[in-house]
Design a protein around this ligand. Structure first.
Ligand code: GLG
Length: 836
């Protein structure tokens, strides 16, 4: 039969004269306005009398998503047609932050949306505040994954972010009487306009049980995994739009459900109540994000989460591969899979299982594919953060994987013995199984053995990685190691967060800088232009006013935007040393009390950050900051020259107000402990000067901006190690520094805790008798460095010059640079332009 004639159907015309194509994809004000109105009516369905501000947010979000949908589908089709290699970024965390503002920016329709809402009587800025941000991450690691998705799309690289759709993300932090209180993050409560549920995209994940051996038709010995339970993972897709391009990639998050027709007969009792219980247990898997940043948590369910999302993701890749008719042997030519820390490193074993047990490839072929596929990024050297799983727990959950690990290990250790014959100590050190104390699986070793590329996240960290945690692996495979210094997206953290500066940069440099951050170097010439400096200062002051308003609304603390804004925002952790910052504040306070005429630069000390709910010392540090704030802010002797504020619930949304308002960025971790830091980069982008140690990416920030524009203090990594080797005695620091002694005594006396001397005893004792992060050893240098800051602030013009130079020289820290390096040196993934 001849094919039916193609009939052209004219798009229906709405009463406004817009075609429905326009209403779904038009980028002009009229189309957007009509789209919002339509979504209010057809998607949300409240009568005008019940329409809320949130409804406007939701309707605009849906209208924006429609515009992305078009681009997203074209991207998927283009990738499929061109059979391009795809980056699969596996991460247990994606800290995306609010989507609406960012998507408007990346689509280039902010002004149009603003005007469309205005015609409907709404203010875009107020509507933007309605968004509940998806807090599916703890801190730097999760936010890095989000920045990388932004750059991948912007650089037109085919990519999928694979992760977990936690029903509850990172807890909301409230401050009650100075203490942190954790509130469940019910982010899905009012729906999520950005995700598209794909219930038909589902994979089944096994748990527990045992393995059986059998002989296949060809006479080969094979293994069958007889699980105790099966959980179903379904996909939820969030399109991630590139900036100024049509490319729109996918963030695919897996949600766990029960398999009701659990049809392994031996286990199927047909009991309805059992089935409901099964549903509850299954759904638990993706219920909540573990709120631990650095230390590993070692919980059964956490391993379950990791295996769940990794298995779904790898099955999904195999499924798509066979859809496109590519043989499984070509897996590594089509997928570059990156392990964001060891959390997804069970993927190495799972891919082996899928290839050997299910696709019946022979071991060597499967192993070659696996190693060629994976890359591993290490994010920390802290021993307490390196993941290991006790063997009994691992065996109970993943019996087949443990067998495969033993086989990987057997072959690997043979290789080690062949290379380093007679060195049994090395063999024991490198084994995938730790034997000292409780036997365990070492996930970093697994990731290193199963990946062709291993990288750290800043130059110093990559060097330390090769010299410490993965030294033996570096000696075995030096060619696998490289550095990929972290980066942050200038779209969200400069263009979106700092519209004032964006306008000035557009005026001075044109509009290409958000995708070509090296152009910022052209600002260097402007640093000597007094009129430009005036504009620069006015923008900074307006940003400080904006933050001061926010802080007043959320804490009742009033800050003066003409003061120096000295800011430390990040997770609360002893190695990040928020308490060192506090010691300086108390020092300054005492000096002012004793010498009221002292000439200091008036300063607002601003903190923000969450503590892991079970981290005793971190929670005390929050209480200490708030105690010191309460005392100082209420003291008329000093509060015209210094104040302290703790911004509750630090998240991506308020971070966008905080970074642009900073004059001084606190990056004061113990040298060798902060792998990179990325907040340091966000501050620099926005023209803050850094006070910092030679740690993580601070080293490279200082290199880029020049030593004269950076406030350096403190022990180096080698000095820290030396002191620790020699035996560190914090009491010596106290004995030789009477000011430090007085400061500690004041804190210990109950002065900052309404007379209760118990509250901070543990903090002071810890510093006095143990001080594992050398706070006291760096105290004097830090205080002296802060005096240099104070003096530098007095020279407004020069401070502004330095501020401009910080932004001008921040180009290296764009995530575009980082992603180009990953694509060229690890993933071998090329750009693919998407046309509409
Ligand atoms: C880690 C490190 C940070 C690093 C981040 C991203 O502690 O120093 O910047 O990953 O690589 N847990 C983290 O946030």
């Amino acid at each position: 039969k001849p094919p039916p004639k193609q009939i052209k159907i004219a798009p229906p015309v709405t009463t406004t004269g817009l075609t429905d194509v326009d209403v779904r994809s038009g980028m002009q004000v009229a189309a957007l306005k009509q789209a919002v109105t339509d979504h209010l009516r057809y998607s949300i369905g409240h009568p005008p009398v019940a329409t809320t501000l949130h409804d406007y947010y939701y309707a605009l979000a849906l209208a924006v998503r429609d515009r992305m949908q078009h681009r997203w589908l074209n991207t998927l089709q283009t990738n499929f047609d061109l059979k391009r290699k795809i980056v699969c970024y596996l991460s247990a965390e994606f800290l995306m932050g609010p989507h609406l503002g960012n998507n408007l920016l990346n689509l280039g329709i902010e002004q149009e949306a603003r005007a469309a809402l205005a015609e409907l009587g709404q203010d875009l800025d107020i509507v933007l505040e309605c968004e509940e941000e998806p807090g599916l991450g703890n801190g730097g690691l999760g936010r890095l994954a989000a920045c990388y998705l932004d750059s991948l799309a912007t650089l037109q690289r085919p990519a999928v972010g694979y992760g977990i759709r936690y029903e509850f993300g990172i807890f909301d932090q409230e401050i009650h009487d100075g203490w942190q209180a954790e509130i469940t993050d019910k982010w899905l409560r009012y729906g999520n306009p950005w995700e598209i549920a794909k219930p038909e995209v589902a994979h089944y994940v096994n748990w527990g049980g045992h393995t059986e051996y059998y002989r296949d038709e060809a006479g080969n010995d094979r293994v069958r995994w007889m699980p105790y339970r099966v959980v179903k993972g379904t996909a939820y897709d969030t399109p991630t739009q590139g900036y100024g391009v049509n490319n729109c990639n996918t963030l695919r998050l897996w949600s766990a459900e029960a398999v009701e027709s659990f049809d392994f007969q031996a286990f199927n009792t047909g009991d309805y109540y059992q089935a409901v219980e099964d549903k509850i247990i299954s759904e638990t898997v993706t219920k909540v994000l573990y709120p631990n940043d650095e230390p590993q948590i070692g919980k059964h369910l956490r391993l379950g989460q990791q295996y769940f999302f990794v298995s779904c993701s790898l099955q999904n890749m195999l499924h798509i591969l066979s859809l496109s008719g590519v043989p499984v042997e070509n897996f590594a030519e089509r997928y570059a899979v990156q392990l964001n820390d060891t959390h997804p490193s069970i993927g190495v074993v799972e891919l082996m299982r899928l290839l050997v047990d299910e696709r019946r490839l022979d071991w060597d072929k499967a192993w070659a594919i696996t190693v060629q596929t994976f890359g591993y990024t290490n994010h920390t050297l802290l021993p307490e953060a390196l993941e290991t799983w006790p063997l009994p727990m691992f065996q109970a959950l993943l019996p087949r994987h443990l067998e495969i690990i033993y086989e990987i290990n057997r072959r690997f250790l043979d290789e080690v013995r062949a290379r380093f014959s007679g060195d049994e100590a090395r063999v024991a050190r490198m084994s995938l199984i730790g034997e000292e104390g409780e036997k365990c699986v070492r996930m970093a070793h697994l990731a290193a053995v199963g990946s062709h590329a291993i990288n750290g996240v800043a130059a110093l960290h990559s060097d330390l990685l090769k010299a410490s945690v993965l030294k033996d692996f570096y000696e075995m495979w030096p060619e696998r190691f490289s550095n990929k210094t972290n980066g942050v997206t200038p779209r969200r953290f400069l263009a979106l967060a700092n519209p004032g500066l964006r306008a000035l940069l557009n005026e001075a440099l044109g509009e290409q800088w958000p995708v070509n951050m090296e152009q910022l170097h052209q600002l260097e010439a402007k640093a000597d232009d007094a009129a430009f400096r005036r504009k620069w200062r006015a923008i900074k002051e307006a940003n400080k006013k904006r933050l001061a308003d926010y802080i007043l609304a959320h804490t009742d603390i009033e800050l003066d935007p003409t003061w120096l804004f000295d800011i430390q925002v990040k997770r609360i952790h002893e190695y990040k040393r928020q308490h060192l910052n506090v010691l300086h504040i108390v020092t300054l306070y005492r000096r002012l009390k004793e010498n009221p005429g002292l000439n200091i630069s008036p300063r607002a000390f601003i903190f923000g950050g969450k503590a892991a709910p079970g981290y005793f010392m971190a929670k005390r540090i929050i209480k200490l900051i708030n105690g010191v704030a309460e005392t100082i802010n209420a003291d008329p002797d000093v509060n015209t020259r210094m104040k302290v504020a703790f911004v509750p619930n630090f998240n991506v949304q308020n971070a966008q107000l905080i970074y642009p308002a900073a004059d001084l960025s606190e990056q004061i971790s113990t040298a060798g402990k902060e792998a990179s830091g990325t907040g340091n980069m966000k501050f620099m982008l926005n023209g803050a000067l850094t006070i910092g140690t030679l740690d993580g990416a601070n080293v490279e920030i200082r290199e880029e901006v020049g030593a004269e524009n950076f406030f350096l203090f403190g022990l180096t990594t080698e000095e820290v190690e030396h002191i620790k080797r020699e035996g560190y005695h914090p009491t010596d620091c106290i004995a030789s520094n009477s000011e430090l002694r007085t400061v500690l005594e004041l804190i210990n006396s109950g002065y900052f805790s309404r007379g209760d001397a118990e509250v901070f005893r543990s903090v002071v004792n810890n510093l006095t008798y143990s001080d594992p992060f050398l706070v006291l050893a760096d105290y004097a240098a830090y205080v002296a460095c802060q005096e240099r800051v104070s003096a530098a602030w007095q020279d407004k013009e020069n401070w502004t010059r330095m501020s401009i130079l910080n932004t001008a020289r921040s180009g290296k820290f764009s995530s575009d640079r980082a992603i180009r390096e990953y694509c060229d040196e690890i993933w071998n993934v090329q750009p693919a332009t998407v046309k509409l």
